[in-house]
Write a protein that binds this ligand. Structure first.
Ligand code: M6R
Length: 614
């Protein structure tokens, strides 16, 4: 989704802004631009369709002077991706420039009113309406830019993170937020602004997260000031954030996705660190310890999530129901929030989100909190909106995930859910000592297990080459591995653009088997579990109909090998953690097929890393 960067201080703003835009590229975008106030007082806006490198070419030979500026990557919502719709947008008089993430829902009404007052528009965007509204308010009320922003935003319905600079005030950026991320980085006599702290981490470790309904007044000569739309001053809460730059780079891999797949043994060490005692196998999650009675007395747990996080939640459902004996429901956040759901005070709502910024999941959190439920977050990005909006939570600690296709976040989420289930199951007395030890021991051994699993990389690469021809794929799994099948299919479709569907294996006979022919490969997960024999029979049925089968099996499995065309063998660990093992070859298969098809793996078409609009 769209990305925002801003700078005001003593240095040249443009290189900092462009570097920041590069760091935000992973979010997905289709145009980019920059606005600078030069030493001569000119407000220059440069923008174009395409990538940040296209913008850099476009900037060659232009006047890029200025130690204050804002910059943007746009993911089109209102209006096609083109030069005119790219941000920043000038106000009509070209005295103000604005960048905007989000959607102004009532932009038509506001635009009509501005047109009646003589305004004309260059673009089809909702964002240009906002900059003109601010200019109109400023002009008609003869007020300051801050007051104009406050008054204009009171008329706005929707989600936004905005940053504004003005020709006549070359010392100040005004930034505001409602349901879209925004953070201010504090340097020495300089400030940075971004929609993602990681993009400016090389300049500072000190951040102020702007909250919904707040406006940051970022003046190079003054301490940071944060006020509400009603001009009440907010406390400026400075948070420390430490990230290493190497985590934001490819480190010799051709794509972030491949790096992130291969990082998983290490990311799971970070995820588990300090949470399982290697001698006693005791699992300790502070979010559970601090809220013991909530978990022990919970009547029901509802997971809310989207995409991959929703798939991880389906595995969480199995884990919690079997280990804690608490009924669990898994909801698409986007459906839950509009469904008038029944939420009780003794329900726990668990919001799962890698980015912690997904608009629908955030809205589901707000709904659950209003209904009085205890809301727990499982997020990756520290300080993200969902992490801050929940009552408590557990970070997955897998480091920045840059590839659009979620990989290490999925395995981190399932790992945290397994630890959560064990911790709660122990408190409730619903898990046997033997099983508790079996699962926590397997969790401790997971990093080593994943190192072994990754040895299939070469074989999967060869297989991918064979299957690059396919236009459709079916993924089958049962029990804990039904969500893994869904996740495998999602990985393939989002980065290779091959149509793929996941099904519970037993559902095949209820319809999908009609699709099977030599052109429809099936990826079947057939690792040992209590439905293994049945899945093996399903594989035979597909074979009998001429289907091609890639099976993911246990090492040395001879039974499925007889009917599958290809077997990817993986080590076997306790059943409830097998999705973590099995997901690795499925991630690699999707990755290599996409590479063979020449796709942009890290930034697939139309997709955004964090979906901050509905
Ligand atoms: O940041 P979140 O976990 O809330 O994101 C949810 C989905 O948008 C995300 O998982 C998406 O499905 C991924 N691109 C899948 O790889």
């Amino acid at each position: 989704m769209c990305g925002i960067v801003g700078y005001v201080g003593g240095r040249d703003a443009c290189p900092i802004l462009l570097k920041g835009l590069h760091r935000l590229e992973y979010r997905g975008y289709d145009s980019a631009g920059v606005a600078l106030v030069g030493a001569d007082g000119a407000l220059n806006v440069y923008k174009c369709k395409g990538k940040v490198t296209d913008l850099e070419h476009f900037l060659e030979g232009k006047d890029l002077c200025g130690s204050i500026g804002i910059a943007h990557t746009r993911w089109a919502t209102h209006g096609v991706p083109n030069d005119v719709n790219a941000h920043p947008h000038y106000s009509e008089s070209e005295s103000i420039a604005l960048i905007h993430n989000g959607i102004i829902e009532n932009y038509r009404v506001l635009k009509d009113a501005l047109i009646e007052n003589g305004y004309t528009f260059r673009s089809s965007t909702d964002s240009e309406v906002l900059v003109n509204l601010i200019e109109y308010v400023r002009r008609t009320n003869d007020c300051s830019l801050l007051e104009a922003v406050q008054q204009a935003l009171k008329q706005v319905v929707g989600a936004y993170a905005i940053a504004i600079i003005e020709k006549s005030n070359p010392d100040e950026i005004i930034a505001a937020r409602q349901s879209s991320p925004m953070v201010v980085g504090l340097g020495k006599d300089e400030y940075f602004l971004s929609s993602d702290a990681a993009s400016i981490i090389e300049y500072t470790e000190d951040f102020v997260y702007v909250n919904d309904g707040e406006i940051a007044v970022i003046n190079r000569h003054k301490p940071l000031k944060v006020v509400t739309l009603d001009n009440h001053e907010s406390h400026v809460d400075i948070k420390k954030l430490q990230l290493s730059i190497s985590q934001l780079e490819k480190g010799g891999y051709p794509h972030f996705m491949l790096k992130e797949i291969y990082e998983q043994p290490g990311t799971l060490i970070d995820c588990i660190r300090g949470r399982i005692n290697a001698d006693t196998y005791e699992v300790k999650l502070s979010g559970v310890i601090d809220n013991r009675s909530k978990f022990v007395d919970a009547r029901r747990i509802i997971f809310v999530a989207c995409g991959t996080s929703w798939h991880a939640s389906l595995i969480g459902e199995h884990l919690i129901e079997s280990i804690c004996r608490i009924p669990v429901e898994v909801e698409y956040a986007s459906e839950f929030r509009y469904r008038n759901p029944i939420i009780r005070k003794d329900d726990i709502v668990i919001a799962v989100s890698q980015s912690g910024e997904t608009a629908d999941t955030l809205a589901a959190v707000e709904l659950a909190r209003k209904a009085g439920a205890f809301v727990f977050g499982i997020c990756n990005v520290v300080g993200s909106s969902i992490a801050r909006a929940t009552d408590s939570g557990a970070y997955i600690h897998v480091g920045p995930e840059i590839g659009v296709a979620s990989t290490k976040a999925f395995t981190g989420q399932v790992t945290v859910m397994a630890m959560l289930a064990l911790a709660v199951g122990r408190e409730k007395g619903t898990v046997s000592e033997d099983y508790y030890r079996e699962v926590s021991k397997a969790l401790l051994e997971l990093p080593a297990t994943l190192t072994e699993v990754l040895e299939v990389g070469g074989q999967v690469k060869d297989l991918a080459k064979i299957f690059t021809y396919a236009h459709n794929f079916i993924y089958l799994g049962r029990g804990y591995n039904y969500p893994t099948a869904l996740e495998g299919a999602l990985k393939l479709k989002e980065i290779s653009y091959i149509h793929a569907e996941g099904y519970p294996a037993a559902e095949m006979k209820h319809g999908p088997i009609a699709l099977i022919d030599a052109e429809m490969p099936t990826v079947a997960i057939a690792t040992p579990d209590h439905t293994y024999e049945k899945t093996a029979s399903n594989i035979e049925e597909i074979k009998a109909r001429g289907g091609k089968i890639i099976a993911v099996t246990a090492r040395g499995d001879e039974h499925v090998r007889k009917s599958a065309d290809y077997c990817i063998e993986v080590p076997v660990i306790t059943e409830c953690l097998m999705p973590i093992v099995v997901s690795i070859p499925l991630q690699l298969l999707a990755y290599y097929i996409a590479v063979y098809k020449g796709r942009n793996v890290d930034q697939p078409r139309n997709l955004a890393k964090s979906v901050t609009v509905e």
